[in-house]
Design a binder for this molecule. Structure first.
Ligand code: ADP
Length: 235
């Protein structure tokens, strides 16, 4: 079942085109990796899929009752986020805001959900700590827990493991893979091509247009895939 349909989408900043002719679909249950060199339009595409950025032309359609509040979003870390003056539990539960509309309080259910995600990510023991005092890996777990609270059907991750050490990276992917096993559709922008090929069922290779869209197996056997991976096969 298709949840998002992207048809002939063109994206620009200040009249400068950064992605064009984007046509593809995200289906329920997909584990979709969006890859490509820096500046190829991956983050911009994610923002457009989230309806945070308006296309110049073309159409992004949510299907079968799917809506923006079904999506949890872990954005690329910025220095502003790193300095966020709130406790771990406050940051995590703020992921429930979308389901509350504009109500400035959280329900028992929201609190339960936040506790559950903090336990799952092993950050319940630091829940009263200030976010800005944490290590990069801990901060990323907190932001993932926040996005998980919001992700009812789909999780968007924009370079979630950049800057994390290999052990934390593996733990991170284990958690994301578990969410996928539990039925959440995953859309991830990642520079980790090996994890993309290993875990995804679909790969979208961006190069300011779609250079490749297909299964991970097809990708490793394609010219664009082989060139990007470095000329070596990964099957
Ligand atoms: P990627 O995620 O693949 O690295 P981006 O989507 O971030 O690529 O960027 C695509 C292009 O759009 C780049 O040339 C980048 O400089 C430009 N760009 C990104 N964000 C903005 C912005 N807010 N204003 C102007 N140009 C931008």
């Amino acid at each position: 079942m298709s949840l998002i349909k992207c048809t002939d989408v063109n994206l620009s900043y200040d009249g400068l085109r950064v992605a064009e002719n984007l046509t593809f679909e995200i289906n329920s249950g997909d584990y979709y990796s969006i890859i490509g060199r820096n500046g190829s339009g991956k983050s911009t595409l994610l923002k457009a899929l989230l309806k945070l950025k308006q296309p110049d032309s073309g159409n992004i359609e949510y299907c079968d009752g799917f809506c923006q509040s079904d999506i949890g979003y872990l954005a690329q870390q910025t220095s502003v986020q790193k300095d966020f003056p709130a406790s771990v539990s406050e940051v995590v539960i703020s992921g429930c805001l979308k389901s509350n509309g504009f109500k400035p309080f959280f329900s028992k259910n929201d609190k339960r959900l936040a506790e559950e995600k903090m336990t799952l990510l092993g950050i319940d023991n630091i829940k009263d700590k200030c976010f800005r005092e944490l290590s990069g890996g801990q901060q990323q777990r907190v932001l993932l827990a926040r996005a998980m609270c919001a992700a009812k059907k789909m999780l968007f991750l924009d370079e979630p493991v950049t800057g994390l050490d290999p052990v934390v990276t593996t733990e991170f992917f284990n958690i994301i893979n578990k969410m996928h096993d539990d039925g959440i559709t995953i859309v991830i922008v990642s520079h980790d091509i090996h994890c993309a090929v290993k875990y995804s069922n679909r790969i979208l290779h961006m190069d300011n247009e779609i250079a490749f869209d297909g299964t991970a197996r097809e990708y490793v056997n394609s010219k664009v895939g082989r060139d990007f991976i470095g000329g070596h096969r990964h099957d």
